[in-house]
Design a protein around this ligand. Structure first.
Ligand SMILES: [Zn+2]
Length: 498
């Protein structure tokens, strides 16, 4: 089967080029996951969303996707932008913080934030990877890899650890442009470690018998360098050469550059054919920061009553390889659009009656829109165009409203199903127990009273007493509840605080 081209900007060549898979129609994709020391913010989730959209788009053209996304639970240091990370272990620092007081030990903290992360992931309709490996569960492979690199003279031991010798890998710098002659510039801020041969050499193993998470190795007690886990986990699940590797733009250097040096030295083969990096997210025009009040986690937004699919929709507004400004207004608009998708979905569900021949033209219109939507995604994940096409289809369905019959209803449903498969914006794909403060707010309200008022309003409208109907509506809204009339009846929800 000849599948269409799937074009994506490749960081290594700087070109938008077709993804080429080693095995026909089988994409082997590794995407760097989070370090589980706190809640991930929406900027992190924009990167995970890019990975999700790649998986969905590849599946939409019939590819099989072996998708691996890891959990970093050890070895990620606070100063991770240095060529050789410095500072404290992020996990250990989190345990020593105020929030850390809730946990008995660092393992419990890791487990807690991992669970929270997966919950947020699923709320945003992100596809589960086929495996979600953890660094701490791949210690043996990391120690063996460090050993092999030492015996090949790609790495050396010092009193403080085991370091990769960047001069031993000729093409170091091919991804980031931080080649050896330019490295002086890139590493000038690095704290000098007199044990290392060169400043740019990076740790494969840190010796530390005081560390909260430590393992025994031929180099004594300690823990692995952050970059090593992704090299060994990608190889363990996907083989020596992978088709695609992704992450946030901050991972290009040093993390991914170091992964290439390690992996290619270990296997003697090319590590990865295509690299994809998601640009940073701005929130309300500025870089996210706690002091500016624009630092949002998924749960911060859920607590304000935002629909998780609205967060997803809003994050998709900009193309992944451009910086994107996420705004409160954009989020409010996304919320309204998500509601209308749900409304279109309900209208398609309840449609009945004989066909009046309108279904043939509806089918054609929606098929064209779906194809255009898919083409936009195949063209470097052009989400702005893809969403516009999906929205156009949604408007067409809603315009039909009560006129949808059994046949056209089924056509509308098929379109919405396909859009949900591709973009994940029509309805949740996971059934999750609700544990957010939004649902708490809902339970705090007297649901029975609201339902009764809605019934009263309905009979007032039926009796054409619109003044009464409006005053009941106002009464409900004063309780902090939003009321919406849809083709399938009246629905209500707690008002969004955003
Ligand atoms: Zn990684």
């Amino acid at each position: 089967m000849n599948s269409p081209e799937f074009k994506l900007l490749d960081t290594m060549s700087g070109e938008v080029k077709p993804l080429e898979t080693l095995e026909p129609n089988h994409l082997k994709f590794y995407s760097c996951g989070p370090t589980v020391y706190n809640y991930a913010h929406i900027g992190n989730f924009r990167t995970f969303l890019t990975a999700d959209l790649i998986v969905r788009t590849a599946e939409a053209i019939g590819w099989k996707v072996s998708y691996v996304s890891n959990i970093t639970d050890v070895g990620h240091l606070t100063e991770d932008s240095f060529v050789d990370s410095q500072g404290e272990d992020k996990m250990a620092r989190a345990l020593a913080s105020k929030e850390g007081e809730h946990f008995h030990n660092v393992w419990e903290l890791a487990e807690f934030y991992e669970r929270a992360f997966i919950e947020d992931w699923q709320r945003l309709n992100l596809r589960e990877p086929y495996v979600r490996p953890k660094a701490t569960q791949h210690m043996r492979e990391q120690i063996l890899a460090a050993n092999q690199l030492v015996s090949q003279k790609n790495a050396y031991e010092t009193p403080s650890g085991v370091y990769f010798d960047v001069e031993s890998f000729e093409s170091y710098g091919k991804l980031s442009g931080n080649t050896q002659d330019k490295l002086r510039e890139a590493v000038r801020e690095v704290v000098l470690d007199e044990n290392k041969h060169k400043q740019a050499d990076f740790a494969l193993w840190k010796k530390d018998d005081q560390h909260l998470m430590q393992w025994y190795s031929p180099y004594g007690w300690g823990f692995p360098g952050w970059h090593l886990e992704c090299s060994v986990m990608a190889r363990a699940y996907l083989g020596d050469t992978i088709d695609l590797h992704g992450g946030g733009e901050d991972l290009i250097f040093p993390h991914h550059e170091c992964e290439i040096a390690q992996s290619e030295s270990l296997t003697g083969k090319p590590f990865c054919s295509h690299w994809v990096h998601t640009r940073f997210l701005l929130v309300n025009g500025e870089k996210m920061s706690k002091s500016l009040g624009n630092y949002y986690t998924v749960r911060d937004l859920l607590a304000k009553g935002v629909d998780p699919l609205a967060i997803r929709y809003a994050l998709m507004g900009g193309v992944f390889n451009k910086q994107y400004n996420f705004t409160d207004q954009g989020l409010r608009d996304a919320g309204r659009i998500i509601e209308r998708f749900a409304e279109a979905d309900r209208a398609a569900d309840v449609a009945s009656g004989a066909d009046d021949s309108s279904s043939a033209s509806l089918k054609e219109e929606l098929e064209v829109l779906y194809q255009e939507c898919l083409e936009a995604m195949l063209n470097n994940l052009n989400t702005s165009v893809a969403l516009a096409k999906a929205l156009e289809g949604q408007r067409i369905i809603l315009r039909q409203g009560g006129k949808l019959n059994a046949k056209s209803g089924a056509i509308a449903k098929e379109f919405l199903n396909k859009i949900n498969q591709l973009l994940g914006i029509v309805r949740p794909e996971y059934s999750l127990e609700i544990s957010t403060s939004q649902s708490q707010a809902e339970t705090d309200l007297d649901s029975a009273l609201i339902e009764r008022l809605i019934e009263d309003r309905k009979s007032a409208k039926k009796n054409k007493d619109f003044t009464l109907a409006d005053s009941i509506r106002k009464q409900i809204e004063d309780m902090g509840v939003e009321v919406q009339d849809t083709p399938t009846g009246t629905i209500w929800k707690v008002k969004s605080g955003i």
